[in-house]
Structure formats: C-alpha cells, structure tokens
Design a protein around this ligand. Sequence first.
Ligand SMILES: [Zn+2]
Length: 569
Amino acid sequence: MIKYQVNTEQFKKHYFDICLTISKPNSNGIRLSLPTWIAGSYLIRDFAKHIVSIKATENNKPLNITQLDKNHWQIEPCRNEVNIYYQVYAFDCSVRSAFLDENRGFFNGSALLLSVDGEHNNTHQIEVKPQEGWQIYTTLTKIKKNLFEAETYEELIDCPVEMSKANCLDFKVNNIPHSLVLSGKHTIDDKRIIKDLIKICKHHHSFFGDSPFKKYLFLLLVTHNNYGGLEHSNSTSLICARDDLPQKHIKNITPEYTRLLGLLSHEYFHAWWVKKIKPKVFHNPNFNKEVYTEQLWIFEGWTSYYDELTLLRTKLLSLEEYLKLFGETITRVQQTLGRHNQSLVNSSFETWTKFYQQNENSINSGVSYYSKGALLAFVLDIQIREKTNDKLSLDDVLHHLWENYQDGLEDNTAQKVISELTNNNFDNFFKKYLYGTEDLPLKESFAYLGLDLTFVKPKTQKNTLGIFSKEEQGFIKITSVLHNSPAELSGLSVNDLIIAIDDIKVDFSQLEKTLNRYESGTKIVITVFRDNELRTFRAKLTTASKNICKISYLENISEKQKEHLNNWV
Ligand SMILES: [Zn+2]
C-alpha cells in the first residue's frame, strides 16, 4: 500500500508538506519519480523543480536517497516501512499544477505526488490535512473524513483536489451525481447556471449514449480575469473571470457567459472524447518525456466544434448568436497567416514546442488545431452530409469511434473510418486540408445549409501596417509583424517602439485613427526607438484586408437547403 499525507500547515510559505509511506518496500531499493507533464496540457513543465527538500527514513533512521536526474530518486535497499518526507512549493494559480495560500489549497497529483516504481497498479491512499473551515472537493473515492483512495497511480493523478470554503452546487444528470464547486470571491445566479449546465450535460450524454463516469465534478476557480480548463476522467478544473458568471439581474446571455458555457461544454465533452477514447499513444503514456500524436485536430478540434454547436442544439443560443460566434472562430483562423505554412497534423505533432510555446512569429508560422480543427470538423460534417444525402453526419463518425475504438486510435484511424462509413473516398480531402495547407471550402459548406459566408474589412480600420501592437510605457510596442505587410517591407520589426508618424507624436489609442487619415498607398515616415536608438522607416500604407467573417442567409434559399439546415441544428 502506498499512502500520502498532505499537510497544508505551511500555507504562508506556499509549501505542501508531504509524507509518503511505503509499507512493503522493494528489497532492491525504491525508485521514485514525478511526472514532467500533465495529461491534456502538452508542455514539459518539470513539476519536480518545485520540490524543495526530500529525505527518507526507516524506523526513524535516515536512508540514503540519491537524485538520479531532474525527476527521479533512488532510495537504498531496506526491509521495513519507509517514510519519505518532502516539501513542494505550490504557488501556480492555474489548473495545471498546485497552489496553496491562506484561502485555498489546490493540487493535481502530477505536481505533488511522487510515484513509486512497481506500485503503479496498486491502491494509493491520500490523507489530506486542510486548514480549519476548508472543505475538500475531489472525485477520489472517500474512505472517511479527509482520507481518499485511488485504485492506481494514474487514477490518483487524474483527480485534482480543491480545499477551500467554496460554494458547492449539487445536481443530477440522468441520476448521476454532479457538483459545480466555485471558489474565489463571486456572486452568481446559481439557478441559472445549473439549469443551463444540465442542458449541456444531458446533450453530451444522449450524444454518446452511455456514461464514462459514475459521478462528475466541475471545479471552477473564479478570478479577476483568467480563463482556461483542463479535462479529467470524471472532473474538470476550470478558471474564469467574475464577469463570466451569470447574474440574477442580467437576463440575456452575455458574450462572457456564452464563453464560460462553451468552456464547460468543452471540458465535459472531453470525458468521452480524449479521456476515454483517445490516441493509442495516450494509453499509459510516458510522463518522463513528450508523447507525440497527430490527432489533436480530432480530439481538440472536434471538441471545439461540438462545444459551441451544443449551445445551439440545446437552444442556449439562437442560430444568429451561434453563427456570430462561429464567425469569430473563422475570423481568427483567417487572420493567422501561419495557416498557409503549418498543416493541422503538424500543428498537433509539434504542439509541445510550437502551440504551447508560441512566440511573436507564431502568427506567420503556425495554426491552432483548436480553431482550424473546429473549422475542419464543420467542413467534414457538411461533406459527409452531402455525400450521403444527409443520412450520415460527423455525429455518426464520433458514435462509431466511441463504440469501436476505446482501445485507442492510430493516427489514420479516423480518416479510414470516415471513408468506410460513408463509402466514399476522402483521401483527396485529407490530403488538401489535413496534411496540406489549402484554405478550407467554408463558403461552399455554408451554401449547403443555405447560408452565405463573406469576408469584410474591419469596421473602424481603413488602412493597415500589418502589425499587432500593445501599449508599453506610453509607446506603441510592436508585438508581431505580418509577413509581406507594409511594416515588414519597410523594415519595422517586433519590439520597435513607435513614437511618431510623419514627425507627429502618436500614441496607442490614436494609431488606427492616424492611419485612417491617409489615402491608401500613401508613403508615411514612422519613427521608432529600436534598442533605445532613434530610427525612421518609410512604409507604404495598404487598404485593410477583408478578413472579418460575416455569415448570413443566402437569397432565395431552396427547400432542400432549409431541410439541410434543419438537419444540421
Ligand atoms: Zn480541450
């Protein structure tokens, strides 16, 4: 038996004090390790860097403990019960690691709980010692007050633990107990969020047919302005902003609340789609190094398509509201020049060093498998409908994969299944849009539904330099330069601080207005500080490009198109 005691006494230092007890140690010695990454977030985070001290004892006598590398330790051979005492610094207020202060403690096992070689498939117990007044929220099996159990190490690190004076809202979906636990200062229309959340949960259950869990926990940390989520098998950790929560006096659905419902929908969908059914390489993954897959366009992209489509199908959003939201995703992809350079499979495969480590050039070099993956899912959905006279859709592909591939997907499984199910050859489709970088046939896909897609210029922007910028110390700091833009052609660079245009001082709030004053094609002189040196550049302004997506009804929509639209929603 492996047992952990997690003590929160040193919350002022943000230290968790942990005692790991191994009752029957391997007589050849004990090897310990901590994961370098957490499932669902594809970045080497080296959680072990937060271990502050570690020692081991047998009958209160010290044992030799040797650090083998950044995340492995070896303890000398011994016969009796061994205790390993260690401290972990926990001050990462995100969903991926661990946090401890006077108000709350939170941890993922990956960041805190050392694994013992050879014991992975045995029972792991954890006793948590919270501060006074804190409740403990986790989906680990409760043995008694403050004592929990997991059947394996993998289960242990898949159940985050929240300790705080939180607001716990319980509800049932198809008789399965669910809780939404909100920590952090907030006000909320709790009846409204539960009513809306139940609609989303019910949708996902009826979509897949059976439930991968017997209980479910939403852990939602309410902050000033953070946002994000991480999926687990029977829970999810989320962060939102106070403004994202519904309030009793605001009746309509705000864009912020819509975004939160989309996030809840997304992470809940993952309980089926990436936690239960997943790439083969994600079964018992090696947590010591990167695990590569080409399939995140399926597991994140399709999830992103269905998270918002669910809001339409459950009537939480009207068709107009949904299309506006979907249009924003299309706009984001359209503004990413990197879509011409990086394919979706490469975006997935390289996520460890590209998507999760974006830099100022990412907009030119890469594309998101979330947003472009969602667009590909839509186009694929429409193509399947078109080729099968609306007898089949992408829904059927997910159902088929869910029922037949729970032992894992190879990188080409979904592509093969789509061709087989529809009795159609999709090789060319995948060659162009998945392995290649051709722009997706979005306009044609919307036309099938009687809808029209057009790209228009930004409302307030007449001319462009082709930069992204932010305000810094009163200057306009260039944060990205688009390829082949007036800025790039003139020699302007990332990190330049723009101070004047045609010898007149310009600040961040006036930049767009100032550029709009000129006729398109005018050459302007831009003065910047580059590394504290004053420099000037001549740029020829161009008209702002049409990259804002608008979706509307086609004129003279046919009966067939109406039928397609009805079938889709
Ligand atoms: Zn996701």
